[in-house]
Design a binder for this molecule. Sequence first.
Ligand code: RB5
Length: 151
Amino acid sequence: MKIAIGNDHGAVELKNHVLHWLEDNGYEVLNVGTDSTESTDYPIYAERVAKAVLSGDCDKGILICGTGIGISISANKIHGVRCALCSEPVSASLARRHNDANIVAMGARTIGPVMAEEIVRTFLTTGFEGGRHAIRVGKIMQLDRGERLEE
Ligand code: RB5
């Protein structure tokens, strides 16, 4: 499985921790984040990870900024992205099982390295349940296309 990872200047250390964890666990990694602590703008990295996932080059994406908020909001502006901001593994599991999220976002200022590992492990090993959740995800994608929803 190939994973795209992106981050801003506030998340270089946690990105490197997660990147090494991914490689140690047999994942192929595409690092499109910054490796510098010089100030930069998180939407750039959200777009890069989204493009890597939506093009099919990568199977899933990981985004990290200071809080995970700006980078997840940015990613969710891109057609086809379902990015879930997670601070613990229960949400990461449900983001896959119920929302079929294709990108997980985390905050380097809000969680530590061990929590990040558990979130990423859970996100990458949990499948989508389909069924009634597929209907709801279909409606999310209708909104994504600017379509109106019927009740
Ligand atoms: C950068 O200073 C910070 O705003 C960013 O990493 C993130 O927390 C934004 O949501």
